[in-house]
Design a binder for this molecule. Structure first.
Ligand SMILES: Nc1ncnc2c1ncn2[C@@H]1O[C@H](COP(=O)(O)OP(=O)(O)OP(=O)(O)O)[C@@H](O)[C@H]1O
Ligand SMILES: CC(C)(CO)[C@@H](O)C(=O)[O-]
Ligand code: BAL
Length: 287
């Protein structure tokens, strides 16, 4: 069966209503396109947990705090559709900007606390844009479950918070980060790296995993984080926006390993902002 493409809320709702009448369980996988194996892994997890899978493709302008980043964001719908065909996904919902934000649109959803700090500091307004579009997608699709990647760990936490706060009847499923063999987390922005940048890029994951192991074996936190930031720059990144230790549940700042923790970082390479994170107590990767 081929993936059916819809571009309007009305067509989307008609398709989902038909499935619901048959008692089928529906999953949604929100994306901004330029699909890679990370996205496809979310689709596979969705297919394991639901009877019908809707993939959404919308490059959401309201979450880009940087107009150059929005302009440079890859748009590859025909290739995305070709990649989705063999997965068994059922529907691609690809609205245009006017369908999502018609004239007069003026509501904004803002999730407190968990949106603050980390990416929230460096991408002002970003999580308001994400929360607003994700609420819209939840209400438009009406899915039973929604899959989000741990690669965007703060976003996953923002989405969990808003689904809970707004009593959205959707189960949020966090899915593991898919990596290149050298450890680099797959990201749509990786295609913009130069050859030299691509060689340097895995250093971020490598430093995070090494630091996680050192912390887990008792190394001092503040010093280890300072050394980690320096190591990312020494590897060739132009700067580190943040590299922090946070609680694994609520992303609260942690001074030590008194509870499950996560290391999260954002750093710049080739004018591209890359993010990554690892669990501290049981980092799953050996590089
Ligand atoms: N490497 C990955 N492993 C698992 N999930 C991922 C990965 N990369 C992205 N995702 C998830 O796919 C969904 C859509 O993300 P998005 O379309 O922004 O892709 P992206 O690769 O994160 O792009 P970018 O980071 O350049 O914005 C999000 O839930 C995101 O967490
Ligand atoms: C969740 C999302 C699709 C909202 O635009 C986006 O932030 C993304 O691709 O991670
Ligand atoms: N991957 C999260 C979407 C963004 O970077 O804007």
């Amino acid at each position: 069966m081929s993936v059916f493409v819809v571009r309007t809320v009305a067509a989307l709702r008609a398709a989902v209503a038909g499935w619901k009448r048959e008692g089928l369980r529906v999953a949604v996988v929100p994306t901004m396109g330029a699909l890679h194996e990370g996205h496809l892994s979310l689709v596979r997890i969705a297919l394991e947990r639901a009877d019908r899978v809707v993939v959404t493709l919308f490059v959401n302008p309201t979450q880009f705090n940087n107009t150059d980043d929005l302009a440079a964001y890859p748009r590859t719908e025909p290739e995305d559709l070709a990649k989705l065909q063999p997965t068994g996904a059922h529907l691609l919902y690809a609205p245009d900007v006017a369908e999502m934000y018609p004239a007069g649109f003026s509501t904004k959803v803002s999730v407190g606390t968990v949106s603050e700090g980390l990416c929230g500091v460096f991408r002002p307004g970003h999580f308001d844009g994400v929360a607003t579009v994700v609420v819209k997608l939840f209400l438009q699709v009406g899915a039973d479950i929604a899959c989000f990647g741990e690669k965007d760990f703060q976003q996953l936490n923002v989405v969990r918070r808003l689904a809970s706060d707004f009593d959205v009847p959707v189960e949020i499923v966090g899915c593991p980060t898919v990596r290149e063999p050298d450890g680099l987390a797959l990201s749509s922005r990786n295609v913009r790296l130069t050859q030299e940048g691509r060689r340097i890029a895995p250093a971020l994951a490598k430093v995070l995993f090494e630091t996680a192991k050192r912390l887990a074996s008792g190394a001092p936190v503040a010093q280890s984080l300072d050394e980690a930031r320096a190591a990312v720059v020494a590897a060739g990144y132009s700067s580190v926006e943040y590299l922090e230790l946070r609680g694994d549940d609520a992303l609260e700042p942690l001074a030590g390993l008194e509870k499950p923790a996560r290391l999260l970082a954002a750093a710049w390479l080739d004018g591209i902002r890359l993010i990554d994170n690892v669990r501290v107590q049981d980092p799953e990767l050996t590089l």
